[in-house]
Design a protein around this ligand. Structure first.
Ligand code: GDP
Length: 536
């Protein structure tokens, strides 16, 4: 279906939300509008509230749903790629990495709750590349915050300028539909099960009898007041500012009942950028190595990077897929491509392309496309592929973990397997592995507690290693940058018990308390401390 769109610019995007704000519902609706699924309500609700013991189920679901990691569909002459992100907050590191592979983001806000914790964290990641963000204020069919209050909430907390494209008419049981500020039409639905036949009422003249008849006098009076305020308080939409992540077009609605969904999809497909230029470091890939840009418009060489590796927890479907984002040139099946880290050329005989819920072998891929590579442990997150250039894409960092555990080996004879397992699992992005400078101890760091359970299970299942954990008193990690080797040497010897190396042997400072960190930063003003590993 997408082959006819081979030259069309891809629209590669993801949905971010706090659990329960409506990401799964919106995903389904977008696929429905994209006409790749015929009915909704099929995707198992992932409400983010799994009991702890259900982690295995979550992993299985994620594994089995490898095919839904990328959901592609044609829309308005564009090939849309919606990259899935895990619903459970404990796996948000996966989401962070997926955000490095997209050009724009749809942010779902629960309109009764406003901005929630997880959205703040995800927004920080979007900020790293100034990713353009479309906002959807969801669940207006329920009691919701006043729209102005909601806009203020998003603007203040997320520091982004909101420009409404649609406006809600009422909320909860009084919710009538949305007013499109651009077309001055009211959009509503007779039947929530039929999103393709909305009721459209021309509301150029808000005093027209059909508008009054549909909206009712009290709500119409409120709508008029609100629209006047919107006109005076809120500036115009600027595509330029949207593309720089400064402004966000805002849609009010209800994903469950289709209100505002099509308008949002239209906005994403018409305004979201196609594949953008990306920075690459040149060999020898040190933090101060020269940086250049790969531009899909001008670079003809195929380049891409791996942003996610998904292992399958289900023994019946055991496979590991590395997801590669194409950044420039054209990828051809069986072409010799260059895996920069291992300095080896390789042929990919069965590259996978994903479409809605299916995956199939693809002959070619273009910038913005995602292909799946079967992986038997060769690949790592962040690996770069080219046709021969020694590049390394930047901007695919590790993010500072928040929970730490020391690994205790139950059978001392299995030390080698443990090391191998931990190294592989950390390269795959399942968990982060740190080695303490002073003691050589192996410490695991994660963003969410369930990541540790996955590691324990996989060590046993795949590496035959029985390991246990002992809590560790770190609360964070910062990657370090020094002005010169002398400063580095002094800092390391003075803070030796706080120094650790990540799985790529990068120097880190382990944080025992925020207060401690503040003190060390004050004492060492020339040392830079980073919350992610991709600093320069
Ligand atoms: P996720 O955790 O962000 O993926 O959220 P889901 O899409 O699973 O939605 C969480 C819950 O909110 C589910 O019970 C949905 O049916 C419900 N929901 C989603 N969108 C709407 C909406 O527009 N209106 C109402 N009333 N409920 C919604």
């Amino acid at each position: 279906m997408l082959s006819s769109l081979n030259t069309a610019p891809r629209c590669t995007f993801a949905i971010i939300s706090h659990p329960d704000a409506g990401k799964t519902t919106m995903t389904e609706k977008l696929l429905w509008f994209g006409q790749v699924i015929r009915e909704t309500g099929k995707v198992k609700a992932k409400d983010g509230n799994y009991a702890k013991s259900d982690w295995m189920e979550i992993e299985k679901e994620r594994g089995i749903s490898i095919s839904s990691s990328v959901m592609s569909f044609p829309y308005n002459e564009r090939a849309m790629h919606l990259l899935d992100t895990p619903g459970h907050k404990d796996f948000s590191e996966d989401t962070y990495r997926t955000l490095t592979a997209v050009e724009s983001v749809l942010m779902m806000i629960d309109s009764a709750k406003g901005v929630e914790a997880q959205t703040i964290k995800l927004m920080e990641v979007c900020r790293m590349r100034d990713t353009p963000i479309v906002t959807f204020m969801n669940k207006y069919d329920r009691e919701a915050m006043d729209p102005f209050e909601l806009i203020e909430n998003v603007e203040k907390i997320l520091n982004i300028q909101c420009v409404p494209m649609t406006w809600p008419i009422g909320s909860g049981v009084d919710f009538k539909g949305v007013y499109d500020l651009r077309t001055k039409q009211i959009m509503s639905f007779k039947n929530a099960k039929d999103p393709f036949n909305p009721i459209i009422i021309d509301a150029q003249d808000l005093d027209a009898p059909e508008v009054l008849a549909f909206v009712g006098a009290p709500l119409l009076a409120t709508l008029k007041d609100e629209l006047e305020l919107v006109g005076t308080l809120i500036g115009d939409f600027s595509k330029e500012e949207f593309l720089h992540g400064i402004q966000s077009p805002v849609f009010f609605g209800s994903a469950l009942n289709n209100f505002g969904v099509k308008e949002t999809l239209d906005m994403i497909s018409s305004s979201s950028p196609g594949p953008k230029p990306r920075e690459v470091k040149l060999a020898p890939f040190e933090s101060d190595s020269k940086v250049t840009t790969v531009d899909p418009e001008t670079t003809t060489e195929f380049t891409g990077f791996i942003f996610k590796i998904q292992a399958n927890m289900d023994k019946k479907h055991r496979d590991r897929i590395a997801f590669l984002r194409v950044c420039s040139g054209k990828f051809n099946r069986n072409q010799n491509i260059y895996h920069v880290r291992s300095d080896k050329k390789m042929k990919i005989a069965t590259p996978l392309m994903f479409q809605a819920q299916d995956r199939e072998i693809t002959e070619e891929a273009f910038p913005g496309d995602i292909i799946g590579l079967h992986d038997n442990g060769k690949f790592q997150i962040g690996d770069t592929f080219t046709e021969g250039s020694k590049y390394m894409f930047t901007g695919i960092p590790n993010f500072a973990p928040e929970i730490f555990n020391k690994v205790i080996l139950k059978d001392p004879m299995k030390g080698k397997q443990l090391e191998k397992g931990l190294q592989q699992l950390s390269e795959e992005g399942t968990v982060q592995l740190f080695t303490r400078h002073s003691t050589g101890e192996k410490i695991l760091g994660a963003v969410g507690a369930l990541q540790f359970e996955v590691v324990k299970y996989r060590l046993e299942d795949e590496y035959n290693v029985n390991a246990a954990y002992e809590g560790y008193n770190f609360v964070g990690i910062r990657w370090l940058k020094f002005e010169n080797d002398k400063d580095e040497g002094n800092f390391v010897s003075f803070n030796s018990s706080n120094i650790a190396y990540d799985h790529k042997k990068r120097l880190c400072f382990s944080v025992r308390s925020e207060w401690d960190l503040k003190l060390v930063m004050e004492k060492n003003p020339k040392v830079q401390f980073f919350k992610n590993s991709d600093y320069r």
